[in-house]
Design a protein around this ligand. Sequence first.
Ligand SMILES: [Zn+2]
Length: 252
Amino acid sequence: MVSQLLRKVEGIVIRTNDYGETNKILTLYTREIGKIGVMARGAKKPQSRLTSVSQVFTYGHFLVQIGSGLGTLQQGEIISPFRGLREDLFKSAYGAYIVELTDKLTDEKKTNPYLFELLYQTLYFINEGLDQEILTYIYEMKMLNIAGIYPKLDGCVSCSNIEGKFAFSVREGGFICHRCFHLDPHLIPISPATMKLLRLFYYIDLHRLGKISVKEETKKELKTVISSLYDEYSGLTLKSKRFLNQLDHFQP
Ligand SMILES: [Zn+2]
């Protein structure tokens, strides 16, 4: 017998998979131990005490039995169901992308309380109705390092100059100045506002972020730069991302 440890953790359900007729396997991202998988027995039955805590986006306390493999969920207590995230098509699409990105970029049982906090705050703010597009860009910028991507955002990626006209070079991995434009034939033209925001999103603490309003054209540039970075370097193709791109045409 492998010894099992009973632990109470604070976490968010980032994925659920049906298992058999009545069970679910939940993927939780927790403050204490990072990502874990747990079996929620009976969670597919409507009258089970685990049903309500076994929904994607649920934020709560979970009593889990942890062994070497898949853990077992004993009890759960909802802190917030993040109802807004589930009931609004747009919010839930953005939320689904945030949790899928987190799932794909993290390994099990690697503690990262900073990432937990970032995930929690991002979902919280989307749930509250803050600009979900901007929150997603911030999240993506902050997840770059976890994806193993380290863009150079303080000066030209080639000559380090901090003055001049700048564009973004996906190939070189950062801002590039007009003196070095010849290095990359596929430069992405960006405005100074986009440059400033990319840097801000990469460095700032989310809870220190005040109210920001961003023009549509700036949002488009942010999206192009960030998506291109992920496409080029992350190796990910996410279903939730494809759905978001389709939804984009219907964005109010
Ligand atoms: Zn340069």
